[in-house]
Write a protein that binds this ligand. Structure first.
Ligand code: AMP
Length: 398
């Protein structure tokens, strides 16, 4: 995987860099409630400023669907960004046209302007070439630092890259490096952990992974479907019983591709999903009642998973092993996450996780800082795990 990065961008003094960032931050009452995404963009902005470039930030916020929706303006982000950057940030009321042109012209070298929500124009999500050209005409180079938006071929994530020299920003580069180390060119043996609620939402992901991994541990509600497909009693557990054939196909594919599937050999069962509910470990194959629900992986399954992690060089993880939001059904997820993070901290395992609830599960286990990399990119991370080309990333290929 080779991408143009900021190392390849020369002679930036006085040039205007159009930088696509992900500023789709949580906001309440016009105030940013979590500035993580702003912080993530700082290294790229700072590097460009240090090189004497003018920085014009392109971003979307929420889903205005091509309308100018005042409550979806990016303006409230400016104050927080100024504080984090320690420098003034201008705001332009539109991302194309005279507002944008004037704001950029008035910047000094190293100055920063945030352009209004690109999704106020329907042409953004339609990847309209005329709109992409108008965006491109504002600057001299394009930098994409929004991996989380890279699975969409929109004008500010893909179309614009056809008109300007295009580079991966610092956070995009970190993400691509981590993903490459986890699945592109990983050190073997590679183990995957895929958990979460349903097989149906992760079919493409499972099919891609069985062709690439040495071991794949399946947990969470989706493991129930696999157990059911093997004739194991799962009582009244969450499962997609109509997906049993699909589960069997994935098992056969794993066997054919030399990927060892690790399905639960025991689990934690309770009759209600509530904090502190009476729970008992049950070996796979024992009889369950219709009230019994499998809510977490059992101790023997966890022990086997810890051993498999120790025997691996690379881990890619998506989805919790149980109902981690409700203790004690967080136990397997927390134990396995802590073991993976300890191995990563000791530099004997490259441990990468991400996608949806995985981030909150790893935060809940208190290990996010010790993992090699935790992707907050959600949909883009999952599509990448599915092996799909991401248009915003493809546009940056050298
Ligand atoms: P996903 O978004 O597909 O990764 O699914 C995450 C959700 O799966 C979390 O909210 C978990 O509570 C849920 N989950 C994990 N294991 C189970 C299980 N055994 N039964 C029901 N839900 C589960």
């Amino acid at each position: 995987m080779t991408f143009r990065t900021l190392d390849d961008a020369k002679d930036l003094a006085g040039k205007t860099a159009l930088v696509r960032v992900d500023f789709n931050v949580p906001m309440e009452g016009g105030k940013v409630t979590d500035d993580t995404r702003l912080r993530v963009a700082l290294p790229t902005i700072q590097r460009l400023r240090d090189a004497g470039a003018k920085v014009a930030l392109l971003a979307h916020f929420d889903r205005p669907k091509g309308q100018r929706v005042p409550s979806m303006s990016l303006k409230p982000v400016v104050d927080d960004l100024e504080t984090l950057l320690g420098a003034p940030v201008r705001f332009a009321d539109d991302c194309i046209g005279p507002d944008a042109v004037d704001a950029i012209r008035e910047l000094d070298a190293g100055g920063v302007v945030l352009l209004e929500n690109v999704r106020f124009h329907a042409a953004e999500e339609a990847n309209d070439p005329v709109f992409a050209r108008k965006l491109a005409d504002l600057g001299d180079l394009y930098v994409n630092d929004a991996f989380s938006a890279a699975h969409r071929a929109h004008a500010s994530t893909e179309g614009i890259a056809h008109h300007l020299p295009a580079y991966a920003g610092e956070s995009m580069r970190r993400e691509l490096d981590a993903l490459d180390a986890a699945l592109g060119n990983p050190q073997k043996p590679v183990i995957g952990i895929v958990g979460g609620a349903k097989v149906s939402t992760k079919l493409d992901l499972l099919k891609n992974l069985v062709g690439k991994l040495d071991r794949l541990a399946i947990g969470g509600g989706m493991a129930n479907t696999f157990l059911y497909a093997q004739g194991i009693d799962i009582g009244g557990s969450l499962a997609e019983r109509d997906m049993a054939d699909t589960a069997r196909e994935i098992m056969a594919e794993a066997e054919a591709r030399g990927c060892k599937l690790l399905l639960p050999v025991d689990f934690v069962v309770a009759t209600e999903v509530k904090p502190g509910a009476a729970a008992r470990p049950v070996a796979a194959g024992a009889a369950l009642s219709a009230d019994d629900k499998i809510l977490d992986a059992g101790p023997a399954t966890v022990a086997r998973l810890l051993e498999a992690l120790t025997a691996s060089k690379t881990l890619i993880w998506n989805g919790p092993l149980g109902v981690f939001e409700v203790p004690p059904f967080d136990a397997a997820t927390v134990t396995v996450a802590r073991h993976a993070a300890a191995l990563a901290k000791a530099s004997v395992l490259t441990a990468v996780g991400g996608g949806g609830d995985t981030v909150s599960a790893l935060n809940h286990a208190g290990v996010s800082d010790d993992m090699t990399f935790v992707s907050t990119a959600g949909g883009a991370f999952l599509e990448w795990m599915e092996g799909k080309p991401l248009p915003g990333v493809e546009a940056l290929r050298a």
